[in-house]
Write a protein that binds this ligand. Structure first.
Ligand code: THU
Length: 150
């Protein structure tokens, strides 16, 4: 989806509204995500936990929700954060998005307005994907590991 596509406006509003559902009592940084798929819009917010490392990001939440519904054809993602600087997806979320859609355009939203559109590929160059993994493990077993050193 191109940056000037009229669908961004609605997707941005949807992500912005989702921020209100965020559970962020620790960071107070409320994030909302709206993922447009060919089947519908999957939304997510960040869900924090008193055990800090267990926090779930809004983007990860929206992707998991879509996959759970059987919606795997992603068209665009809007991520709404507070301003003034629009928040970009964290490293872990970039990897989660790369699993499904390297060319997915990600709109960074503040105040229900898209400030910037950037692709997952641009966010995560030299991406590690499933293509690196062989289904037949032997083919990719490093020699050093396969043969004990003498
Ligand atoms: N957060 C997201 O939801 N998405 C991101 O890409 C960046 C960070 C959340 C995690 C945590 O709840 C809060 O923002 C502060 O890091």
């Amino acid at each position: 989806m191109k940056a000037d596509d009229p669908r961004w406006a609605r997707l941005a509003r949807s992500a912005e509204r989702m921020r209100a559902r965020s559970h962020a009592p620790y960071s107070r940084y409320h994030v909302g995500a709206a993922l447009l798929t060919t089947r519908g819009v999957s939304r997510g917010c960040n869900v924090e936990n008193a055990s800090y490392p267990l926090c779930i990001c809004a983007e990860a939440n929206a992707v998991a929700h879509a996959v759970a519904r059987g919606w795997r054809d992603f068209t665009a993602l809007a991520v709404a954060t507070e301003g003034p600087m629009p928040g970009a997806p964290c490293g872990a979320c970039r990897q989660i998005l790369a699993e499904f859609a390297l060319d997915l355009p990600v709109g960074l939203v503040v105040g229900a307005e898209v400030r910037r559109v950037i692709s997952v590929r641009e966010l995560l160059p030299l991406t590690f994907t499933g293509e690196y993994l062989s289904t037949d493990g032997a083919a990719h077993t490093p020699r050093a590991a396969a043969e004990p050193r003498r």
